[in-house]
Write a protein that binds this ligand. Structure first.
Ligand code: ADP
Ligand code: MG
Ligand code: MG
Length: 926
């Protein structure tokens, strides 16, 4: 066995394991190549092997949609290509030849033949769509001979030469690497074209004559020869393999790599290559090409949405070179095609049961569909489409819930422009609303400037004539994107939808001059760095900065807007009520103040899972008393300071209990190292000494005495309450006194208090603190003659606690996983000190996610599982929750559901996301 065949064999074994049986059988028969057309080998479920585009082309062909015939070279070949020094499996060329023959016989054309030449497109297509990331080549099969044949058979020489010049341009760019050499330089082919148009005083490409196009072909070939020192190839099979290799190679170009990192797409997936008979949108005024969405992908409305160009080829629409017409206009221009298109729109939605983004071409009045996929949409659109499709019975509630990325609920809650400020702001232009939301920032004209300014801490709006995939990084760094050219399916709009960026595109009255670095709209001239504001929901562009205001949903929840006045609120409410119906995990919040608690309750929080009492000690005069307590030389002094703190703390608890109206409230006892409360600056230290009436040296000495080398692992958590029991005693007393107060009287609230002891690692630690809490509780209840419903539990945030959870559970009514500290202590890593190496760790894929943002399920998660299992061994009904920041992360929530926790507790703004994610976890793991 040669090295090569061994590698193939290995690859085949790997593929067998990861694909379904049927596909393997077919693969062996079809040998890396899958046809679609009269005979179709694949279907929509075969994305892994055929890529998304190939799988859906096959599916559409088999349900009778008009798809030009072709075939797909599978993603396995991409793997082979890279594993074998960019070469192909031996059998491939024969299979490709056969597949080409199949197309030839279906269409009665011949590839490379003069009389009726077959032209094909060579198209990339990964498992998940990566719009614009990889390359496509159209009109392949043209050369100096076949172009004449095409001219004759079509009776339209202009069209034939238009195809030829397009092909040479694409081939020269993608396969032969003739491209702009810097960001400032224009594309060299484009430059030649523009020069000619200027000379001829022509606006549109479609006004070029046959002779003009012939001259262009000549000039393009010369450009290629000059730049590459080789000729544009005349052999059609050389063209075919050149294009195929270029598509496979584009899987590893910089843009594609960046994109994959952004969306966590593994490099091993690879791309497929689709080779498909060309149909021609540039065959005259009864021909067109376009892109359409079955619904509006920006706001989700059920309207036919899209755009087209008469007498043009596919990339013209997407590249934003000519601003296309809105799809509705097609009803006037080509009424029959429009009706056909409407039928396709319906058929696609009924069949794929989701909003579709599809590409079409009309050749002399005949409609062809070239691609379909589930349309990328904004968060707002995701919600609206799911809700409305459920109402239309295209999907049930469960599917609808799973169709909404949990994070996208957030886009119903993001701030909008303040309505008052908006009225006063000067409108300077209007474009197509392509990404809803409000963005204010300084103008940046290049992606590089956008990135640099953002790194300096400035907010920017990226303003360009049009964007290209090379701008991706700059777009990521911007608050919003404004383009003067290109329609709703331009690159800018596409990326904005996917990244959830605010976007306005095709603002044709805005003139951007890169050289002068100015943006001109009517009489207004703005410079780079000036402020601009864009409203991606209305398409309006404003000069200057505009204040933002709460979202409609928030205004309804807070009583400032009537519920029936806001459709956004209706959507929010619908999704939330479905989520609540399906989820089993409870959702609580981490809140320290009544205001936070109220906000969380409005968002649906069912309790407080973590109230950090130390946050209550920083305000106003409290910090002084706190410092007095910390600096106390003995217990007597300490108790006297604590006595002064008690009323403050009690008042805070009263506020919280009232805000929560009887929902459970978990209060954690003092946790951070004490020195965090002390002043670092000598001036403040001196003032403190004066206030407390002690010598300055005394303050200094105490601070020194409290110094720790590694405070996060020092005297903190329950260790504080163990060495200073009077602190625990004060906090417990404040809590029970507050509980007693609100559980009496007319507006009595039934209290459910949960006292949480932090950083426990030994059963004895918890027992020690428990004794104090129970004693104080009994005293207070007796004094006020009330019964207070309370639990005492602990955080599980050091590995020892997780490992000995069975012992600790004897003392605890509940566990709450403090996964921030548990991650720090398990990884031996301080969250605040990962800056130096984090980027490298990520690019080496050692951490595939930030372990503090998404729970490290294989490591830290194992400890959680262990603690759950052991805790329940001892106490089957022990209550279990999580209060680390992971509790707001959908993936981590899925883990919490699977692990059998009772609740997650996240920050107030993430409560809606958590409710949805909890429902999805349940539905996904049914
Ligand atoms: P991308 O993945 O970047 O969207 P595609 O492979 O879909 O690239 O090709 C880009 C455009 O080229 C499509 O919009 C389509 O209109 C056009 N195109 C591709 N193949 C053909 C074909 N066989 N006939 C006519 N147009 C085509
Ligand atoms: Mg493309
Ligand atoms: Mg496409």
């Amino acid at each position: 066995m040669s090295e090569n065949t061994k590698a193939v064999a290995k690859k085949q074994v790997k593929t067998k394991a990861s694909t379904k049986k049927t596909t393997v059988k077919k693969r062996v028969a079809a040998n890396y190549v899958y046809a679609f057309g009269k005979k179709t080998d694949g279907n929509a479920t075969m994305r892994d092997l055929l890529g998304g585009k190939g799988a859906n082309l096959a599916e559409m062909a088999s349900i009778g949609l008009p798809v030009p015939p072709g075939f797909t070279i599978s993603t396995e070949v991409c793997g082979y290509y890279y594993d074998n020094g960019r070469t192909y499996p031996a059998s491939l060329s024969k299979s490709v030849l056969q597949a080409i023959k199949q197309i030839e016989s279906q269409l009665g054309k011949s590839f490379g033949g003069r009389s009726n030449p077959l032209l094909v497109s060579v198209r990339s297509g990964a498992r998940d769509s990566m719009p614009g990331m990889m390359d496509t080549i159209l009109n392949l099969g043209l050369n100096d001979v076949t172009v004449e044949g095409l001219a004759e058979i079509s009776g339209n020489p202009r069209f034939a030469w238009d195809c030829y010049r397009r092909f040479i341009q694409m081939y020269g760019d993608v396969v032969m690497g003739v491209q702009a050499r810097s960001e400032e330089e224009e594309d060299p082919f484009h430059e030649i074209l523009e020069k000619m148009k200027r000379k001829l005083k022509i606006e549109a490409d479609s006004d070029l004559s046959t002779d003009n196009l012939k001259t262009l072909v000549h000039q393009y070939k010369a450009l290629i020869r000059k730049r590459t020192r080789s000729a544009f190839p005349q052999d059609v099979f050389e063209q075919l393999w050149g294009a195929t290799s270029a598509v496979f190679s584009s899987w590893r170009n910089d843009r594609a790599i960046l994109y994959r990192q952004q969306y966590a797409i593994p490099a091993e997936w690879g791309t497929a290559v689709n080779i498909q008979a060309m149909v021609f949108g540039n065959a005259g005024d009864d021909s067109a090409t376009g892109v359409a969405f079955t619904r509006d992908p920006a706001n989700g409305e059920k309207v036919f949405y899209g755009e087209y160009l008469i007498n043009a080829q596919g990339e013209d629409v997407v590249a934003g070179v000519r601003t296309p017409n809105a799809i509705a206009q097609l009803a006037d221009e080509l009424p029959q095609s429009y009706r056909d298109l409407e039928k396709v729109r319906n058929k696609l939605e009924k069949h794929f049961k989701d909003m579709q983004d599809f590409e079409f071409t009309i050749e002399r009045g005949r409609l062809f569909i070239l691609q379909t996929r589930n349309g990328k949409r904004t968060g707002l659109a995701a919600v609206r489409i799911a809700v409305e499709m459920q109402r239309e019975r295209l999907m049930n509630q469960e599917t609808a819930l799973l169709k909404i990325p949990a994070e996208s609920i957030d886009s119903l809650l993001v701030p909008v422009f303040d309505p008052k400020a908006l009225k006063a702001a000067p409108v300077i232009g209007k474009g197509l609303p392509a990404g809803p939301g409000a963005a204010t920032g300084r103008i940046a004209f290049t992606a590089a400037t956008a990135e640099a300014e953002t790194r300096k801490g400035n907010k920017v709006v990226l303003c360009r004539n049009e964007t290209s995939p090379d701008d991706l990084k700059g777009m990521l760094h911007s608050q919003g994107i404004l383009t003067s050219r290109g329609g709703v399916s331009s690159h800018a709009a596409l990326v904005a939808r996917q990244l959830g960026k605010v976007c306005i595109c095709g603002a044709s009255e805005v003139v951007i001059n890169y050289e002068k670095k100015t943006l001109t709209a009517g009489k207004v001239v703005l410079k780079e760095g000036d402020y601009i504001s864009i409203d991606g929901s209305t398409g309006l562009i404003y000069k200057g900065m505009i204040e933002s205001a709460d979202s409609e949903v928030k205004r309804v929840l807070e009583g400032g807007l009537k519920a029936n006045k806001s459709y956004t609120y209706e959507l929010f409410q619908t999704v939330m009520s479905w989520a609540d119906k399906y989820r089993t995990l409870n959702v609580r919040t981490n809140a320290d103040t009544p205001a936070m608690a109220k906000q969380a309750v409005a968002f649906g929080a069912e309790g407080i899972g973590l109230c950090r009492t130390e946050h209550m000690f920083f305000d106003g005069e409290r910090i002084d008393i706190m410092r007095q307590m910390i600096l106390a030389a003995d217990e007597v002094q300490r108790r006297s300071a604590l006595k002064k703190l008690l009323p403050f703390q009690k008042k805070d608890f009263v506020g919280l209990f009232k805000a929560m109206e009887g929902r459970p409230v978990t209060i954690r006892l003092l946790d951070p190292p004490l020195h965090e409360f002390l002043p670092h600056d000598d001036v403040v230290r001196r003032q403190l000494a004066e206030k407390l009436g002690v010598p300055f040296d005394f303050v200094i000495d105490r601070i020194k005495a409290l110094h720790e080398e590694n405070p996060m692992l020092g005297c903190r958590g329950c260790r504080l309450g163990i060495i200073y029991p009077e602190i625990t005693e004060m906090q417990a007393r404040a809590l029970f006194e507050a509980a007693a107060q609100v559980s009496k009287g007319k507006k009595a609230i039934k209290i459910k208090a949960e006292i949480m002891i932090p950083l426990v690692g030994f059963r004895a630690e918890l027992a020690d603190q428990l004794e104090i809490v129970h004693r104080v509780a009994a005293e207070v209840m007796k004094k006020h003659k009330v019964k207070i419903d309370y639990l005492v539990g602990t955080m599980i945030e050091v590995p020892r606690a997780a490992i000995t959870a069975d012992e600790i559970a004897h003392e605890a009514d509940f566990f709450s996983f403090g996964t921030n500290d548990l991650t720090q202590t398990t990884l031996g890593l301080s969250r605040d000190d990962m800056g130096l190496f984090y980027d490298q760790y990520q690019s080496k894929e050692i951490y595939n996610q930030n372990p503090f943002a998404s729970l490290d399920q294989t490591g830290v998660g194992k400890l959680v599982e262990l603690a759950v299992e052991r805790g329940r061994q001892t106490k089957p009904n022990i209550k279990l929750g999580i209060c680390g920041e992971h509790a707001g992360d959908p993936n981590s929530i899925d883990f919490c559901h699977r692990t059998g926790l009772n609740y997650v507790s996240c920050s107030p703004p993430r409560v809606p996301i958590a409710r949805l994610a909890a429902a999805q976890a349940r539905l996904r793991n049914k």
